[in-house]
Design a protein around this ligand. Structure first.
Ligand code: MG
Length: 369
């Protein structure tokens, strides 16, 4: 089987409500999505998606994905898409780094491989859990009262895992954490996501002041060096997502004991092929995982769910459904959907769904053999 054509599509995805991170420092209202369709000489077609969470969140850029694909296309056309490791090496030869531009191609190749094997991707990767995966909510940076309201709204929809965005003024962060914990029903899992907003002294201040609560913080500093520097100065469990980009990052976090949880963002780490290696490092070191797209539609959520399904149930803390924050739906009624705060793995081969043609418009670029 050979790749004969790569078609690239661009769509701006509007968020239902504007969203703030880092105590209001970063505002998001539209996501720049790139979709990739890979055609083969066997008549199979696979789809990928790359949707960074805006341009200001981490080093990833919608136009950068499309430019990266333009650079890599001729290195990938003619290869067998089922040989994902060869595809990975070809992309690395064409364009070192730029992992987020490679993820949509990797995703489309896994989709084709799954269809060719007549298996869902997760089963092709070695076998999937069918336990519905709990979706983590995403509670933007707000006041104490607003935080409580948003959490209750999520709870009424069945959510049992929450990501509460903090990282503003340390005193306000402490007040919000204390209020959330005071109203937390038993059995709920809450992650306090700093999104790199704190300086080292701010991190120590909040993490020490909430030590009695035993709560977990995500990305409490800008870099792995920052997180390492304060590691001995607090007792809180830590999750790392934004600083988990390469396999070397994963190895360092595991070896140096910098975190108890990996937040694996599929687009950020370069797709399923690379993310699966991080999963194995995590499992080998007793590190639990959240798995998610960096953003995007049901297509991106489906990719993340396939990886999540290959993680033992008790090591998977949750997934995310960015699709619930968007106004547009590119595949109405298909793929994994929020059912009482959980996502169910699609049983169709490959990703399990493809977008509607009229939902994403004509391609903005086509590369052919
Ligand atoms: Mg996070």
């Amino acid at each position: 089987m050979k790749i004969t054509r790569i078609s690239v599509f661009h769509k701006d995805l509007e968020l239902e409500h504007p969203y703030w991170l880092s105590g209001g420092r970063l505002r998001f209202s539209t996501l720049d999505a790139t979709f990739v369709r890979i055609d083969t000489d066997a008549g199979l077609a696979g789809w990928g998606e790359g949707t960074p969470w805006g341009h200001t969140y981490v080093p990833a850029h919608g136009p950068g994905i499309r430019a990266g694909i333009e650079t890599m296309a001729r290195f990938v056309i003619g290869l067998d898409p089922r040989r994902v490791l060869e595809i990975e090496r070809a992309m690395d030869l064409a364009l070192p780094g730029h992992l987020y531009a490679k993820a949509p191609i990797d995703m489309a190749c896994w989709d084709i491989a799954g269809q060719a094997a007549d298996l869902p991707i997760a089963d092709l990767m070695g076998g999937a859990s069918r336990r519905p995966a709990p979706i983590a909510s995403s509670v933007g940076a707000k006041t104490v009262d607003e935080t409580r309201e948003v959490l209750d709204r999520y709870r009424s929809r069945g959510y049992v895992v929450h990501s509460v965005k903090i990282g503003g003024d340390p005193e306000r962060d402490i007040a919000r954490i204390r209020d959330v914990e005071a109203h937390r029903p038993p059995g709920e899992r809450i992650l306090y996501d700093v999104n790199r907003a704190w300086t080292r002294q701010q991190a120590i201040r909040v993490m020490k002041a909430t030590e009695d609560l035993g709560v977990m913080f995500e990305q409490p500093g800008e870099t792995l060096d920052d997180i390492a520097a304060i590691r001995q100065l607090h007792a809180a469990p830590v999750s790392i997502d934004e600083s988990l980009v390469t396999l070397q990052d994963a190895a360092r976090i595991a070896r140096d004991g910098l975190a108890e949880v990996f937040g694996i963002k599929l687009n950020r780490v370069g797709g399923l092929t690379r993310a699966a290696r991080m999963r194995d490092i995590a499992l080998a070191h007793g590190i639990d995982m959240f798995v998610m797209a960096t953003g995007g539609t049901v297509l991106a959520d489906a990719e993340a769910l396939h990886l999540a399904a290959t993680i033992p149930d008790h090591n998977l803390l949750g997934v995310w459904a960015c699709q619930d924050m968007l106004t547009a739906d590119i595949a109405p009624g298909r793929g994994p959907r929020n059912a009482d705060g959980h996502l169910h793995l699609p049983e169709a081969p490959g990703l399990g769904l493809h977008p509607d043609d009229d939902a994403i418009g004509p391609p903005v670029a086509v590369y052919e053999m």
